[in-house]
Design a protein around this ligand. Structure first.
Ligand code: 7UC
Ligand code: FE
Length: 305
């Protein structure tokens, strides 16, 4: 196994010669270490079938089953499918997923630790994933804003990005909205979380899922503060030229692994109707995002609930 810096991306490492079925424990822990420290790991020259892809996920954590079954690969519920491909009369997966800044499952009680993406059909152009490092985004904040956000909580919901299912046709929108709120109630977390593995302070917000911010007493903070945090971190830049945004592209045989706690991402979808399909596995690593504030920025006060 050979780990080296990525040649074309400023971030992360690439790995040649990693074979999930015969990997040693020390190779797996090296990969995990790079995911947590470098945040992006690109496995090269992979040729895995669906079961082998799930087994790769199981080496890195415990693979989750996405809560909405319309995303599942039939027969492999741990594989989430983003695809514009018709399949007979029905279709598999969901087209154009994740075209907004977010972190996977940020709106859930137990967000994923690591995301794995294995492109199956790559378009000629315009296929990749944009990323922003929200640990760096926290460090880059104006000290006065830092002081406010470390003592704040934020609210997350998937409501603006939940997709209706074919079976929802002719249902009243109000009923669907009520169902979304009941199935995925809003989650509140410290705006600055401590990464449970690296200890890094992370500005834990995304433009897609974070919708409100409040002080430690539960009193609302101005919506402009949240907008300012999105703006300075790069999440409002429609030109994708903000210096914090980096683009990860894919070649056939690539599997991308990333630290889903400290990075936010946004899919870049092809503008043409070319076929695209990508498989995803997300894993938990046994370190839930607890109600922990970053000790180093909490001025020695006891962790606040
Ligand atoms: O269809 C999608 O873009 C799925 C999105 C709302 N959730 C992905 C996730 O895991 O958080
Ligand atoms: Fe995503």
């Amino acid at each position: 196994m050979l780990v080296s810096p990525q040649p074309n991306v400023t971030r992360g490492v690439q790995v040649h010669g990693f074979h999930p079925s015969t990997a040693t424990e020390s190779e797996v822990s090296t990969i995990l270490e790079h995911i947590y420290r470098d945040k992006i790991v690109l496995l090269k020259e992979q040729e895995l079938d669906h079961d082998e892809f799930v087994a790769l996920g199981a080496l890195l954590g415990s693979p989750a089953v996405y809560y909405e079954s319309m995303y599942h690969l039939p027969g492999h519920p741990k594989i989430f499918v983003s695809s514009n491909q018709p399949s007979g009369g029905s279709r598999i997966g969901v087209p154009k997923t994740g075209k907004f800044w977010h972190s996977d499952y940020q709106f859930m009680p137990d967000p994923f630790a690591i995301t794995l993406i294995y492109p199956q059909i790559l378009p000629e152009r315009n296929r990749g994933t944009y990323f922003i490092d929200m640990g760096e985004a926290f460090q880059d904040l104006d000290p006065r804003i830092k002081d406010v956000v470390v003592l704040s909580n934020s609210w997350h919901s998937s409501r603006r990005y939940v997709k209706i299912r074919p079976s929802d046709v002719y249902r009243p929108l109000g009923e669907i909205v009520a169902e979304v709120e009941a199935n995925t109630p809003p989650q509140m977390r410290p705006t600055v979380i401590e990464h449970p593995v690296t200890g890094e302070a992370v500005l834990y917000i995304s433009e897609a899922f974070t919708y409100a911010i409040e002080d430690r007493d539960g009193d609302a903070l101005p919506a402009e503060l949240l907008t300012e945090l999105f703006r300075t971190s790069g999440q409002l830049d429609s030109t994708f030229t903000h210096p914090s945004i980096f683009l990860q592209t894919y070649e056939p045989g690539d599997i991308l692994l990333w630290d889903n706690r400290s990075l936010v991402h946004r899919a870049l979808h092809t503008s043409s109707n070319e076929p695209v399909e990508s498989h995803r596995i997300t894993v938990h690593d046994g370190h839930p995002l607890n109600w922990v504030r970053h000790a180093g920025v909490d001025r020695g006060e006891a962790a606040v609930k």
